[in-house]
Write a protein that binds this ligand. Structure first.
Ligand code: FES
Ligand SMILES: [Fe+2]
Length: 344
């Protein structure tokens, strides 16, 4: 089951060029390319003649020519040329999907074209804000994941896992013992965890030197359907609160979204932003390399969960206190699905 009337990240802007890029979104084949003037286009990746993926064909200026019998399609999806035949049948066309290019990402709308709504984009404008160094995750390519998209919401709304999954990289004592609060909003869920008077995590001291006790925080806001913004940081113990002083402390924003490919596979796009050493590009490279394994650690866990759920699909599971935020998000997704089905 997919939520259709939402924006999903289809690609980083630089992935889409004058050569076709083939991807499956929400179970549907899509090909992405740029026209001669550089506008990004998303078309159904299936020729309406005999099913060859159009991505196996050729870009000719603004148009795509199928690599089998040469039908040519405009960016609108309409067939505009059939070799050896002057008439073009009225249903000779492929679906065109709406794309938006924002903050270095291409967002695709796979749902009802009549419901396209830019207001449903998540608040990811931080990607283009001054004062932050941006690392485009996995060298500006999605990480393919052999698991369903909702596991990523679950993962990020329950960061108690940091103490176990990322013990070596983030060293997470405190993340599992401090309680969380859950805020439910119309289209999002927020998880807030405040962790007073702890040792700083190894990743901070490695770059910023030894320091005394700190107060740490983790805030995840997950917006429908799958857009997660994680805010983590720290300050000398006793100098900040959840509402005051966090802005000037060293902090990171991590944006992650899982775009469904099929029911059981997805693309993980992520970006890491930090507000210190912003001009130090060499450090940015090193930081990207060093923190890369954190994301691999999550993917290993989510893929293993999926395999186990497939092995024993009816086995019962239990809930614990720290599940509250992601259970709230699952409910929000359920409600949104019901609304879509009622409107369809
Ligand atoms: S399959 Fe595309 S032209 Fe025949
Ligand atoms: Fe994680």
């Amino acid at each position: 089951v997919f939520l259709r009337n939402y924006w999903y990240v289809a690609a980083w802007a630089e992935e889409v060029t004058h050569k076709p890029l083939a991807r499956i979104f929400l179970g549907l084949p899509v090909m992405l390319y740029r026209t001669a003037s550089g506008e990004a286009v998303a078309l159904e990746d299936r020729c309406c003649h005999r099913n060859l993926p159009l991505s196996m064909g050729f870009i000719e200026g603004d148009d795509v020519r199928c690599g089998y019998h040469g039908l040519k399609f405009a960016p609108s999806g309409d067939c505009i040329e059939i070799p050896g035949q002057p008439q073009i049948p009225p249903d000779a066309r492929v679906t065109r999907y709406r794309l938006l290019e924002r903050w270095g990402l291409l967002w695709i709308w796979m749902g009802d074209p009549a419901k396209v709504d830019e207001a449903l984009l998540p608040q990811w404008h931080y990607l283009a804000e001054p004062g932050w160094a941006v690392i485009k995750g996995n060298d500006a390519k999605p990480m393919p994941m052999e698991c369903g998209w909702q596991l990523n919401n679950d993962n990020l709304l329950d960061l108690s896992h940091v103490a176990y999954v990322h013990a070596k990289t983030l060293g997470g004592h405190g993340t599992d013992s401090s309680p969380v609060t859950t805020e439910r909003r119309e289209r999002s869920v927020r998880m807030i965890r405040w962790m007073p008077n702890l040792d700083p995590i190894p990743l901070w001291t490695k770059y910023l030197g030894q320091m005394g006790k700190v107060d740490r925080w983790q805030i995840t806001e997950a917006e429908l359907p799958s857009h997660c913004l994680v805010d983590v940081g720290f300050a000398p113990a006793g100098t900040t609160t959840i509402d005051k002083g966090r802005e000037s402390a060293p902090r990171m924003r991590v944006m992650l979204t899982a775009t469904p490919e099929t029911e059981k596979t997805s693309f993980l796009f992520y970006a890491q932003l930090r507000n210190w050493g912003v001009e130090d590009h060499e450090f940015t490279q090193r930081f990207a390399r060093d923190s890369r394994s954190i994301f691999d650690e999550d993917v290993v866990v989510m893929e293993a969960q999926q395999r186990m759920a497939d092995t024993v699909p009816d086995a019962p599971t239990i809930d614990i206190r720290s599940d509250a935020p992601h259970l709230a998000m699952r409910r929000l997704v359920e409600q949104a699905l019901e609304e879509e089905n009622a409107g369809a």
